[in-house]
Design a protein around this ligand. Sequence first.
Ligand SMILES: [Zn+2]
Length: 637
Amino acid sequence: MRGIMRTVVMSVVVLILLCGSVHVAAGQTAGPIRLLVDASQAPQKILHARMEIPVSAGPLTLYYPEWIPGEHMPDGPIIEVAGMKFSGGGKTIAWRRDLVEMFSIHLDVPAGVTTLVADFDFLLSGPASGFSAGASATASLDVLSWNQVLMYPKGLPAKDIMFAASLRLPADWKFGTALPIAKQDGATTEFAAVPLTTLVDSPVISGRYYRAIQLTPGQNPSHEIDIAADSAAALAMTPETQLQLHNLVMEAYALFGARHYRNYHFLLTLSDDVAHFGLEHHESSDDRTAERSLIDEAERIEFASLLPHEYVHSWNGKYRRPAGLATPDYQVPMKDDLLWVYEGLTEYLGEVLTARSGLQTPEQWREDFAGLVAQYENRPGRDWRPLQDTADAAPFLYDATNDWSNWRRGTDFYEEGELLWLDVDETLRTITKDKKSIEDFCRAFHGGGNAQPELKTYTFEDVVATLNSVAPYDWAGFLRSRLDGMATKTPDEAIEKSGWKLVYNEQPNTVLEIQEELARHAGFSLTVGFSASDEGTVADVIHGGPAYIAGIGPGMKIVAVNGAQFSPDVMRDAIAAAKNTTAPIQLIVANGAQFRTFSVDYHGGLRYPHIERDDSRPDYLGEITHALVKDTAGATD
Ligand SMILES: [Zn+2]
């Protein structure tokens, strides 16, 4: 998964399993659970679900999925369930929620009833931000996550519960999914019966403005990008982007040496009115980004690494998964301690593939990377929270806002994890005198035969053992010191060993500039020590930095800079003018309804991060980001 800054705050209760006897819904062998989802009113922000569950008489517990795969936390959107009713043999059946396991519904099936009918609506009024529980439908499109529109009986592992699902869409909408289709009849599609795990792993995007493009025409397995957008104009993918996505598929195959899916679908949603994030699945990915991401150059650069990241998860996350995340169903709590592998290595390999496929130019990639290294070199929270704890605490850190993010730390196992795995790659190259690299690790860990989706779990010891099989070294010590140590040298070491060095100068970083413009946000973290919206509302304040010492905190609004109305440019001008002077920068700041002037004592001038070649060392970064595949055959519709 990969997100953007989230503002949604949820209260999360980790539930203890208290129940005694297991109630299996009898009749599971008699046939699958039928699930009919009516999405014809999706633009009106409501879905209808009807389930027909084979049962036998007696107590029955139904689960609403709580821990969502790839989201690593108990964020199943149960709050959006409404109109829930149960019946059997034409009669209403009463229900009661469990007081401890609140995603559990208890019923008593009357004698003679063999099919329980469950009806409920799913309200598509989720928050504008977030992950799959966030906004998912607009006037012209919908992204269906099956876990939101189903319940399943307690007692069997999810892989052993069969579902036969069908979906009704608004007239004239088209759809894309990795789920095999059994039959299509007008606006209603029946899908093949699949295990619950496959269903939940196979979302459906649909919409009025829709396009499917083959990225590897004539090849088996097929790779398709299915695009639903809020306008016809947004679908106009350039031939260059098509070629780069073709390259992405070929470069990933060259990296891993095997594929573990039947076919692969990138499900791309282009809308400014849905939550923006990516969520991995084994044979597809749910990728949601700004409407103009394919046709606006700045948006295209900003979203360049989203598809590579989610695609890598098919190998690292779905095929290979930490044992603590491979839970038997959606109610057993997940353990997030190995997210620095699941997400950190994915972040690293996703960035590598972004460069190799040409989705970013080498210059763009290096500017992006410089911004990342600078951020982690200047992250005071690394002094108290070890990288390991950012993974352990992920279920609530995903909900953290940007305020104080440098001091609290957030889900840093993504980006510091990327730097950690770059360090692993460089160390492999160094100790084997360039004979081995992360490619050898990936082939050993993620490779094998080309096959259907399969899940192979792993532990920390398995990661260490595979690294040792590639090149014997104290890998356990290497990893543990960087995971458990405080303020480790990870960012500095990763860049130094790469044959490049981080420098700061007064030339703006071209990619950070694009990111800030799109986010309508300005970063002054490397100078006065805060970031703010274009209107002056302070977000993060660097703990111990000049603005912090002056008394400034998140949520305050900067009204004026040295007597002039705040704007990012006015702030930058003031920072430049304060260089080599002794007069502090004067900020008039609103803290709620109260105004105060703060004096920020900073005289270091403007500082933007870049990386420069260090000729005294081998150019590992150049090698790592260089394409492996020569074939660049074009993709076609
Ligand atoms: Zn991810």
